[in-house]
Design a protein around this ligand. Structure first.
Ligand code: UN1
Length: 496
């Protein structure tokens, strides 16, 4: 069978990789469904892309921000028109169900409109000078060529979190899509091009981390790096960037806790738990991976959660009746298997699931049963380490103080949720949960694009995507002084 052959995008030209190598993009629900061949690029391809981005930056940085923003508005409109097609292609390459891939495209549309609005803001500060007839202000300047490394779990939304703020701020970009889900990045960039983005402003280098990602991170012409992925790879990216004093935004793992207290609306909490743990097949960095249950409601909640997990319809995400799709590849299945073994050995009790689904309609895909472990204690590895699959751990607590202690007793700090009707406890959760995101009476997933997104501890290195956090990363402050006194005025410190 012949596949569509995709090439890199360099300086506005579709360009085959110099390596001559490629890989197939295969549907994780159906190995017979191949979406196309994508280039497996190397350092020379990265060099070409960075050179094209550097050339394009000379003019792009001078385009007024409101004009740059017009391209983003048009991109939002084009994505809206193509939403269904792009969602279907995303389900085929990534696996998550259609309602979720429509949501992923929607997140890119929301980001387009939000960041387009920034074209008429990008606020700096004006402030008085200590000297007469002198004017002082700070302005946001673009950084230059930015390198971006995207994950596979939000194949269009997360590239849009990176590209759109970078573009409105006046940067040019080289993006390496995730090797599991390159097509959605191509679709996003195609929408930008059709909206009138000039050649070279966004370049795509497709390939694998060690071959294409690593040279992008270390390239001296790349002025900043934005990475979303695992903490292991993030550490390498961060260390490489630090060696060159390169700003680097890292968004990494989570071990997100939902706390359910004895005064919670249990049905609401159940809905939140099922959605948070099994939505996107547990493959969100915000996924609910620990549920901390007050001992008074633990038995009832556990029984109901297991029944809900058992009732989930697993299958090909193109089938509208399916509620949970496959994992993205066999490696992720292996990770789920490994963690289920670890949990069993540690003494956690398998309540449902625990194995891949391989028979009948599952035989051509990477499916795993919705899995619930009970009797998990906070320090077990299954209670500490990220699984990134449909596996959730239940931990019992005596009271709210212990719940907070358990929730915070991990190395990560991305998302957290509290279910309770007690307003005092809700405010304590907002203050005391060590995480970049806290929800009250809502699941750990579902962040909106105009608020900062990111986490503390091993989840990130202090930067934020979304909201004004993104503008802070994609611009650098310049302080400007204008002296209109027509004489040398020394600063206060130099007149002391
Ligand atoms: C991620 O899991 O990597 O908050 C991003 C959410 C989505 C984004 C998740 N809006 O669940």
């Amino acid at each position: 069978m012949s596949h569509t052959v995709y090439t890199n995008l360099i300086g506005g030209q579709w360009t085959p990789a110099r390596t001559g190598k490629s890989f197939a993009n295969v549907n994780p629900a159906d190995s017979d469904d191949v979406l196309g061949d994508f280039p497996s690029s190397g350092a020379e391809d990265v060099n070409d892309a960075v050179a094209a981005a550097a050339e394009a930056w000379k003019t792009w940085r001078l385009v007024p921000a409101p004009k740059r923003a017009e391209i983003l508005y048009r991109t939002g409109e084009i994505l809206t028109q193509r939403k269904e097609q792009y969602a279907r292609e995303m389900t085929r390459e990534m696996g998550k169900v259609l309602s979720e891939t429509r949501g992923d495209v929607q997140e890119a549309i929301d980001t387009a409109y939000y960041m387009a609005g920034e074209g008429r803001r990008l606020f700096g500060q004006t402030t008085p000078s200590e000297l007469q007839s002198k004017f002082a202000m700070s302005v946001r300047m673009p950084v230059g060529v930015v390198g971006m490394i995207a994950p596979w779990n939000f194949p269009m939304a997360i590239p849009s979190w990176k590209l759109f703020p970078a573009l409105v701020c006046g940067n040019t970009c080289v993006i390496k899509p995730a090797e599991d889900t390159p097509l959605s990045t191509y679709n996003l960039v195609q929408a930008l091009m059709d909206a009138g983005l000039p050649p070279g402003v966004v370049n795509i280098v497709s390939g694998f981390g060690p071959d294409a990602g690593a040279p992008l991170v270390s390239h001296p012409g790349v002025r900043a790096i934005s990475f979303t992925g695992s903490s292991e790879v993030g550490r390498i990216v961060g260390q490489t960037a630090a060696a060159n004093f390169k700003p680097c935004s890292l968004e990494m793992g989570g071990k997100n806790a939902m706390i359910v207290l004895d005064d919670a609306n249990l049905d609401l909490a159940l809905d939140g738990a099922v959605w948070g743990a099994f939505g996107t097949t547990g493959q969100r960095c915000t996924a609910t991976s620990r549920i901390i249950l007050h001992e008074k409601i633990a038995a009832e909640f556990t029984k109901k959660l297991v029944a809900r997990a058992d009732a989930l319809k697993v299958g090909n995400g193109l089938d509208e009746s399916v509620q949970m799709g496959p994992q993205v590849n066999q490696q992720q299945i292996e990770t789920s298997i490994r963690y289920c073994e670890i949990a069993r050995k540690e003494g956690a009790k398998l309540l449902t699931g625990g194995d891949p689904l391989e028979d009948g309609s599952f035989d051509r895909g990477h499916f795993f049963a919705p899995t619930v472990f009970g009797d998990v204690s906070a320090k077990m590895r299954i209670g500490q380490e990220e699984v990134f699959g449909p596996v959730v751990s239940l931990i019992t607590c005596r009271d709210f103080d212990e719940a907070l202690e358990i929730a915070n007793g991990i190395e990560y700090g991305l998302s957290t949720a509290l279910y309770s009707r007690d307003v005092n406890k809700a405010f304590r959760a907002m203050r005391d949960l060590e995480a970049g995101i806290t929800y009250v009476n809502a699941p750990t997933i579902g962040a909106e694009v105009h608020l900062p997104f990111g986490g503390v501890k091993k989840t990130g290195n202090g930067h934020r995507e979304g909201g004004t956090g993104a503008l802070d990363f994609y611009t650098t402050w310049k302080s400007v002084y204008v002296d209109y006194s027509d004489k040398l005025q020394r600063a206060q410190i130099d007149n002391a």
